[in-house]
Design a protein around this ligand. Structure first.
Ligand code: TXA
Ligand code: MG
Length: 352
């Protein structure tokens, strides 16, 4: 399959490209497109065969369900068997935007899309290109992040090309995405709204709307045997660069000292090590490869840069990567969540 790559300018969206992407999707094909969070790999979410193609292109386990993307609120009713008051309130506060809700599914949603679950994940993206393509397709679009399963999510078209060229019909290149981390996933299908995957929409923002919310315990920590995260995707090693990644958790100064010691040890063993650091600490390390994700004062920039930095290490052919840690609340908490997954829970606790 030859993948067509079409550039699109967000301030002057080509109707032709959007219509073409919509036609491919409606016809059962695969199109990657930008959203405000990460690039998505779209297929007709109501067509079991089209959804199956996504799993094949990504190499994704078929028990890992997909998010259905809609362009208008009316499109939610046919997908969700029940829309609780809290879900309506969250939708009016955060849609279109970087929030996915888990709801009880209707019979119209194929099990191939939900990984066999009785619930469905739905999101209304705010990116004008995503919105235009979904509208043009005229059906809900199943769209996981457009990376090979296990790799960091794509935040620019070149990442998508790396992973998907030759496997899908079309890539719409809308430049770099804004946020850089996947949407916040909130389960509103029963009980207290529960965040299954932290993201740009934080617990505080959710509580301001619903008055109550919980964080799924399995979403951050190492999973105890028998504890399963409610979002099946969160159990896999994810967002991972090719080299082994270790996170040094502790106060910035303490973890920087521990990373320096680890760098010396790696050098003495003849290993090429890389460091994920911040503007505040980059001058402190002596390392073969240093990648700065931004300033600690600006978590939005760190979120935006994280996946690009993780991917960039693959080109440097490092043997191991050491990363600083971030606070585990708000957007920094979402950053830590992705780092922990990328490391496969390889964490060094740095003592004072
Ligand atoms: O920002 C995003 O959400 C991006 C863009 C493209 O919209 N999409 C995305 O999709 O991150 P994906 O497939 O990479 O991640 C979907 C996550 C997985 O962890 C999956 O297990 C979870 O959503 N999920 C989907 N349906 C679910 C359901 N019914 N119950 C619980 N978790 C679900
Ligand atoms: Mg993904």
């Amino acid at each position: 399959m030859i993948t067509k790559v079409v550039k699109i300018d967000e301030s002057n969206i080509s109707r032709e490209a959007v219509q073409e992407a919509g036609r491919i999707l409606a016809g059962g094909g695969l199109v990657a497109f930008p959203t405000e969070t990460v690039y998505g790999l779209g297929a007709n979410g109501m067509d079991a065969r089209a959804a199956a193609k996504i799993y094949e292109a990504k190499g994704r386990p078929s028990d890992n369900p997909l998010i259905l993307h809609i362009a208008r609120m009316e499109e939610l009713e046919p997908l969700a068997a029940e829309i609780p008051e809290e879900a309506r309130a969250l939708a009016s506060a955060f849609w279109p935007g970087p929030m996915t809700m888990i709801l009880k599914k209707t019979a119209a949603v194929p099990y191939e899309t939900t990984g066999g679950l009785e619930t469905v994940a739905v999101r209304m993206p705010s990116h004008p290109v995503a919105n235009g393509i979904i509208s043009a397709a005229g059906v809900p679009i199943a769209a996981p992040s457009a990376n090979k399963s296990g790799r960091p999510s794509p935040t620019k078209a070149s990442h998508v090309i790396e992973d998907m060229d030759g496997k899908i019909d079309m890539i719409v290149d809308g430049g770099e995405v804004g946020i850089g981390l996947e949407s916040t996933i909130i389960d509103v299908s029963e009980g207290i709204p529960t965040v299954l995957r932290p993201g740009y929409i934080t617990m505080d923002m959710i509580r301001r709307i619903t008055g109550r919310a919980e964080l799924d315990k399995a979403s951050m920590g190492q999973m105890a045997p028998g504890v399963h995260p409610k979002a099946p995707g969160m159990k896999y090693r994810h967002y991972a660069p090719k080299a082994e990644l270790t996170i040094f958790r502790g106060r910035p100064e303490t973890s920087a000292a521990a990373i320096s010691a680890a760098l010396k040890k790696a050098a003495s063993e003849g290993k090429k090590a890389g460091v994920i650091c911040t503007e505040e600490s980059i001058g402190f390390y002596e390392a073969p490869v240093k990648k700065c994700v931004g300033s600690r004062r600006d978590p939005e920039t760190i979120a935006h840069n994280l996946y690009d930095v993780l991917r960039a290490f693959d080109e440097e052919r490092v043997d191991c990567i050491f990363s600083e840690s971030f606070e585990d609340n708000s957007l920094s908490g979402a950053i830590m969540n992705r780092l922990i997954k990328a490391s496969g829970h390889r964490i060094v606790e740095c003592q004072e």
